[in-house]
Design a protein around this ligand. Sequence first.
Ligand SMILES: [Zn+2]
Length: 279
Amino acid sequence: MPASDQDGNTSPGPAQHTHADDTSSPGAAVDAGAARAAEVAPDELPSGPKRIAVVMAHPDDAEFVCAGAVARWASEGHQVTYVLLTSGDKGSDDPAVTPEQLVATREAEQREACHRLGVEEVVFLRHPDAMLVPDLALRRELVAVIRRLRPDVVVCQDPTVRWVEQSYLNHPDHRAAGEATLDAVYPAARDRMTFPELLAEGLEPHKVREVYLAGAKDPDVWIDITACMDVKLSALRAHASQLGDWDPDEMVRTWAREDGVRNPDGGEYAESFKYFKLD
Ligand SMILES: [Zn+2]
């Protein structure tokens, strides 16, 4: 069976996005090194281990588009947290499976995938699958998450990907998740007077310093995942309810090999991103 998402569509992969420019990779900007200082000023970009939040619409989304980079970052000592907006409760055609059973299965699969990747925490916001709307309520919820987690780096989906070539219509949840996340990062999470009820709850403003769009239409950063390919595939295989009998090995390696052409470190496999460094 094809690489099936909860909607039956194939998740967009790096190899489907071959636009390129000459920007060098700041992927290495997420560098391992000195331990985080005990006290970090709110506006100071830490030079040591970073907090990275990966915000995705569904269980398995991150494994397709960015799990290699996640595994690499985790192995380098960065603290990675996943935030899942839905738990993929529409992701089965089996009439014997209830949405509640599917939520339990898919959350367990996501937790196992995260365990294999070295991701420390998974936050499930449990919005209904296939119903995500990037409205002010979702923006406020994500602002609260960002202000609580205080990530230096946010990885999310590209809200501008409407389709890919002649074979893929992007899931509306992927676009909604990306749009709501970017709008939460800037300006709402950093502005003191936006959502004052969150401030009243003790959630102080927070500036995210770096954003990576995974599965991006116009990538400008390539991260070497050669050493992490086996871990990425292992994490992807944790989503057994979505894979069925299909082995993702060949397709995922093909995508990563095509992105590997732009690999700044010269390795065989890469993942591509649209990157932003915010002031
Ligand atoms: Zn998805």
